[in-house]
Design a protein around this ligand. Structure first.
Ligand SMILES: NC(=O)c1ccc[n+]([C@@H]2O[C@H](COP(=O)([O-])OP(=O)(O)OC[C@H]3O[C@@H](n4cnc5c(N)ncnc54)[C@H](OP(=O)(O)O)[C@@H]3O)[C@@H](O)[C@H]2O)c1
Length: 199
C-alpha cells in the first residue's frame, strides 16, 4: 500500500512523523512544491519523500490535512480517485477566527467527500492536537487511541491496520454519519480526548 500526504503543516507532518518512526514509506506534498520540503524530509528520515500534490494523490491511501477553506483548491484537478482510500484528518474550523464552517447540518466528512468523489473516505487522525499525534503512542503501559469512521468496511480495515502498525489503538466509530459526528471538531464529544488503552 503506497501512502501520499497532501498538506505538510502541523497534522501532515505529525502523521509523516508517525510513519517515519515505523519505517513506513510515504510521499508528502504541500502547496509550494517539493523543494520547500527538503529540510522536512531530511529531518523525518529516508522513508518519507517530498513530492507534488499530484504524486501524493496517486497513492493507494491519501492522507489529507489542509485548512478547511483551502480543501477545494488542494483537491482540484487530481487524477480520478477510482475507489482509492482518502483519510480525512480535517476539521471545519480554522485560524485566525476559529469560526465553525457552515455545514448546513451535515457531517464534515460528508462535505469533504464531495471534494474527492469516487474515493473511499475514512475519517481519522483529526481528534488530537498535532503535537500529541506526533508523539510516542506508547504511554503508561498502554497505547494511545485513534478513532476512525467510514462507510466502506474494507477501507476502514486498511486504515485500522495502518493505525496498528504505527503503534496506536484504533477504535471503529461506525459510519461517517455516526462516527464522523462523534469525532467532529467542533461539536462532537471526542475531540481532544487523549485516551490510552491499557494492553
Ligand atoms: N493543528 C492541529 O493540531 C490539528 C488537529 C486536528 C486536525 N487538524 C486539521 O488538519 C488540517 C490541517 O491543519 P494543520 O494545523 O496541519 O494546518 P497548517 O499547519 O496550516 O497546514 C496546512 C497545510 O495545507 C497545505 N495546503 C494549503 N493549500 C494547499 C493546496 N492548494 N495544495 C496543497 N496543499 C495545500 C499547506 O501548504 P503550504 O505548507 O505550502 O502552505 C500546509 O502544508 C485542518 O483541517 C485542521 O482543522 C489540525
Amino acid at each position: 500500500m503506497s501512502i501520499g500526504i497532501i498538506g505538510s503543516g502541523a497534522i501532515g507532518t505529525a502523521f509523516a512523523r508517525t510513519l517515519a518512526r515505523a519505517g513506513i514509506a510515504a510521499t508528502i506534498s504541500n502547496s509550494r512544491g517539493p523543494d520547500s520540503l527538503k529540510e522536512l524530509v531530511h529531518e523525518l528520515g529516508p522513508s518519507i519523500k517530498a513530492g507534488t500534490r499530484e504524486q501524493a494523490a496517486r497513492a493507494d491511501i491519501v492522507f489529507v490535512a489542509v485548512n478547511w477553506s483551502k480543501l477545494a483548491e488542494a483537491l482540484a484537478a487530481l487524477p480520478d480517485w477510482d475507489g482509492r482510500i482518502v483519510i480525512d484528518a480535517n476539521n471545519p474550523i480554522e485560524a485566525p477566527l476559529f469560526k465553525p464552517a457552515d455545514l448546513r447540518g451535515r457531517v464534515s466528512s460528508e462535505v469533504f467527500g464531495e471534494f474527492v468523489a469516487g474515493a473511499r473516505v475514512v475519517k481519522a487522525f483529526n481528534h488530537l492536537r498535532a503535537e500529541i499525534l506526533a508523539g510516542d503512542p506508547k504511554e503508561k503501559g498502554g497505547r494511545r487511541v485513534l478513532f476512525y469512521s467510514g462507510d466502506d468496511k474494507a477501507a476502514k480495515a486498511e486504515v485500522a491496520a495502518l493505525i496498528d502498525r504505527i503503534g496506536f489503538v484504533g477504535i471503529d466509530l461506525g459510519s461517517l454519519a455516526i462516527g464522523g459526528k462523534l469525532a467532529q471538531f467542533p461539536g462532537g464529544p471526542l475531540p481532544n480526548q487523549n485516551l490510552i488503552k491499557i494492553d
